[in-house]
Design a protein around this ligand. Structure first.
Ligand SMILES: [Fe+2]
Ligand SMILES: [Fe+2]
Length: 248
């Protein structure tokens, strides 16, 4: 039988997770029930256990994994404004639309759709983060997670999309002026414009040019009120970004 505080916790979770998959809710309930996490106040703060984020190995097919991954971004990102006027979902889809409309190959479109997946992986903390708060290194968190399932052509531009901003601020006249206010503020905690030495090192990295391209899509993907496609229209591009499955 559930006790008072447990019932409160569960009601908070259900409230918060109405559109999250049944499995996710069950996972949260059972984790709370066994006392692995603090109860209601923490959960009310948007707690979202990373272990319930879709993992490729939890799915029988890659299509089901991609479907679940994009659904998760859709569910969590729909009402979540990070440091911009658009939602996280609008931002991800707009970036992917820009990459697709520019005729980029699937791995760039996939990288654009998933470039901020690190924020989603740190949802509990990141949704209340401000541009001038701690640098959570979402690009590193996201790339390390992607690398387990996706090809380097997807994960590495994601890893470099913040350094690419620092690089462009140092090398492209007028770039900083065109950044959104949120990006200008976060630039400070990300290290500011690169030094000359950092720029030279950055140019030696394989895939740095794709990272710059991704950065440009990222910067433009902040149009308020733009009608967006379904994130599921990028299923195939994301699917094609996966590593070959390890033979069983
Ligand atoms: Fe980002
Ligand atoms: Fe972004």
């Amino acid at each position: 039988m559930l006790q008072g505080s447990e019932l409160v916790s569960i009601s908070c979770i259900l409230n918060h997770s109405l559109s999250v998959s049944f499995e996710t809710v069950v996972c949260k309930i059972s984790l709370t029930k066994v006392g692995r996490f603090p109860k209601c106040p923490f959960l009310l703060d948007g707690f979202y256990p990373p272990m319930s984020f879709p993992k490729r190995t939890d799915f029988q097919t890659d299509s089901a994994f991609v479907e679940a991954l994009l659904s998760e971004i859709e569910t969590l990102g729909r009402d979540w404004h990070y440091d911009e006027a658009v939602t996280q979902l609008e931002h991800a889809v707009q970036a992917a639309m820009l990459a697709r409309d520019a005729g980029e190959p699937d791995h760039v479109v996939a990288a654009a759709a998933l470039h901020d997946v690190g924020h989603f992986l740190m949802y509990g903390k990141a949704r209340h983060d401000s541009p001038d708060g701690d640098d959570l290194k979402h690009e590193v968190v996201g790339a390390n997670w992607l690398r387990k399932s996706f090809r380097d052509e997807v994960s590495e531009p994601v890893r470099l999309h913040v350094p690419a901003k620092r690089y462009l601020c140092a090398t492209r006249p007028g770039y900083w002026e065109g950044l959104s206010e949120g990006s200008k503020i976060s630039l400070k905690k990300q290290g500011g414009p690169m030094t000359e030495t950092e720029c030279s090192r950055f140019e030696e990295l394989s895939g740095y040019q794709e990272a710059i391209k991704l950065r440009e899509f990222d910067d433009q993907a902040k149009i308020v009120g733009l009608a967006i496609d379904s994130i599921h229209s990028f299923n195939i591009a994301v699917l094609n970004g996966l590593r070959a499955a390890t033979p069983a």
